[in-house]
Ligand binder design. Structure first.
Ligand code: APR
Length: 249
């Protein structure tokens, strides 16, 4: 067991989660950290001297699509080797207990929740595995296969872009609507591995709170959401989530 595991906090969180009929989860990059994927903020948050945010905007793509694709091709390449960790698997187990009363909203674009076996996954920031044509808007799933330095659409030859949500872009409408509904109707929201500073995603935490849900947070350190949660589990999600699920009995 991780040396910093706080049994009282875990027992308290389990008491909140156990009676919940409907559960929603909001995950961020932290849940994939133990699979070996870098988070956005904090150590290692720079890429070739650029702030990660600076290669994830429509303006950056217009200015220098080759630079943006270099960044995304590296991220796509890492997908071929990474595997879900114990945190992802614990959420699969939670979904198996709750069935249709479970929804997993993720800001991650790495596909690791689905690879672990989660089914009701709402990818509010898109997916690294998919590309979208800037001309004809056709979307295709390319998995983790390497793409050209500047890939083009097979149908209309216009440039392809990653099918992810960049800063300053709207979220996919239908997925976002389902995410809002999931947090509005849940009895308990688990917030895992997110700095909770990127909106509108972080606003889901407030929606759940306003609707009276209990909030449980799992993070290595306090986040922007920590002051608003009912139970804070400080530690790696790969340890804390399995410990929490184990306590549900
Ligand atoms: N277990 C739990 N939490 C962890 C772990 C871990 N093993 N490792 C890191 N964390 C926490 C960090 O403490 C931090 O609070 O995960 C969080 C990661 O925060 P960010 O890097 O800001 O990632 P995220 O919140 O997902 O970012 C939101 O920003 O750049 C955009 O679109 C991108 O979806 C992303 C959004």
């Amino acid at each position: 067991m991780h040396p910093t595991v706080d049994n009282d906090a875990l027992d308290h969180a389990a008491r909140l989660l156990r009676p919940a009929h409907r559960v929603a989860v909001l995950t961020g990059a932290g849940i994939s950290a133990e699979s070996g994927l870098a988070t956005f903020r904090g150590a290692g948050g720079l890429w070739e001297g650029h702030r990660v945010e600076d290669v994830a905007t429509p303006a950056a793509f217009q200015r220098d699509p080759a630079l943006v694709w270099r960044f995304y091709n590296l991220r796509r390449a890492s997908l071929a080797t990474v595997k879900p960790n114990a945190g992802h698997l614990a959420l699969v187990e939670l979904e198996q207990r709750l069935g249709a009363n479970f929804a997993l909203v993720t800001q991650n674009v790495d596909g690791l929740h689905q690879a672990a076996g989660s089914r009701n996954v709402l990818e509010i920031h898109g997916s690294l595995r998919r590309v979208r044509c800037v001309g004809c808007a056709r979307i295709s799933d390319r998995g983790a296969k390497p793409l050209a330095d500047l890939p083009n659409c097979e149908k209309c030859t216009a440039m392809l872009r990653p099918d992810v949500v960049w800063f300053e872009e709207p979220l996919p409408e239908d997925i976002w609507r389902q995410a809002v509904e999931a947090v509005q109707t849940c009895d308990c929201l688990l917030v895992v591995g997110t700095s909770a500073i990127v909106y509108p995603a972080a606003g889901l935490i407030d929606v759940a709170r306003l609707e009276g849900a209990d909030l449980i947070e799992v993070n290595l350190q306090k986040s922007a959401a920590s002051a608003r949660v009912d139970a804070l589990l400080l530690g790696p999600s790969g340890t804390m989530l399995p410990e929490l699920i184990k306590r549900l009995g």
